[in-house]
Design a binder for this molecule. Structure first.
Ligand code: AR6
Length: 176
């Protein structure tokens, strides 16, 4: 089984094979973790995202999909950009779309033979997804995904409070 680590930290500093970016459908940067990743990675990442977007239908990404680029100046090898769902009320397919963000990122990691991948708490900032519910979706999806190349999944939370929420969600699943 894949090893799961739940830590508090800045995802841009992690020396892993891939980090996941909680992006928007424009895929060209924004605030929150997206802004931090682009600021730390530099222009090379923006240029790659620009190229990527030119090749997409309508010049936009889709919610729940994941798109791979290199990592510019970051210490990781790849960035997987995944637009999470904007939380409405839980009855607009949010959980399915959030699960797709995690699963599609893991699929990209497998395709690239990544051994390690780090996720932020997708959709739980600007997009307003309730943190405990999002953590359950994230942990369930990772637990159920058939990892082969991927040996380690890191949930990189930005506060100790968020870390505690993800740890609780993970532990609750282990006892089921
Ligand atoms: N490392 C790890 N986690 C972080 C970092 C960091 N450096 N910075 C913030 N977080 P958000 P969303 C956490 O708002 O809700 C952007 O403008 C943060 O505390 O970044 O998916 C995009 O361009 C929170 O737990 O992403 C989109 O427009 C988590 O990352 C929109 O926001 C996600 O918060 C996406 O909204």
């Amino acid at each position: 089984m894949v090893e799961v680590e739940i830590i508090t930290g800045d995802i841009t500093t992690l020396k892993v094979d891939a980090i996941v970016n909680a992006a928007n459908c424009g895929l060209l940067g924004g605030g929150g973790v997206d802004g931090a990743i682009h600021a730390a990675a530099g222009k090379a990442l923006f240029d790659e995202c620009w190229q990527l977007v030119q090749g997409l239908p309508n010049g936009r990404g889709e919610t729940g999909q994941a798109y791979a680029t290199g990592a510019g100046r970051l210490p990781c090898r790849f960035v997987f950009h995944t637009p999470g769902p904007v939380y409405v009320d839980g009855h607009h397919g949010e959980a399915k779309l959030l699960a797709a963000c995690y699963a599609n990122s893991l699929r990209l990691a497998e395709e690239r033979q990544c051994k390690s991948i780090a996720f932020p708490c997708i959709s739980t900032g600007v997009y307003g997804y309730p943190k405990a519910e999002a953590a359950t979706v994230a942990c369930t999806t990772v637990m159920q995904f058939p990892c082969h190349a991927v040996e380690k999944v890191i949930f990189c939370c930005f506060s100790q409070g968020d870390t505690a929420i993800v740890k609780r969600a993970w532990e609750a699943l282990q006892t089921k």
